[in-house]
Design a binder for this molecule. Structure first.
Ligand code: ZN
Length: 80
């Protein structure tokens, strides 16, 4: 068992390093990105959740935090 702290640039399940490409999912809890999932570790449910996040969050109005993680604002009230 590893006791290393969580690395925000690695898959939270298999610890594979994120290299900026591929269909990775960000894991959100109450709107805050808490981790990453590599394509191999994503379940169909998690893919569906990511699609919902993409539809309801406006990544263009978000940005990147100090760790290079993406954050987004809700699309509600954009009038589009
Ligand atoms: Zn993984």
């Amino acid at each position: 068992m590893s006791t290393r702290p969580k690395d925000p640039t690695r898959c939270s399940r298999c610890s594979k390093k994120y290299r900026g490409r591929g269909d990775w999912n960000s894991t959100y809890k109450q709107g805050i990105c808490i981790g990453l999932l590599c394509p191999a570790c994503q379940t169909p449910e998690e893919n569906a959740e990511a699609a919902i996040n993409e539809a309801t969050l406006d990544y263009g109005r978000g940005g990147f935090d100090a760790f290079g993680r993406q954050y987004a604002r809700s699309k509600e009230g954009t009038g589009r």
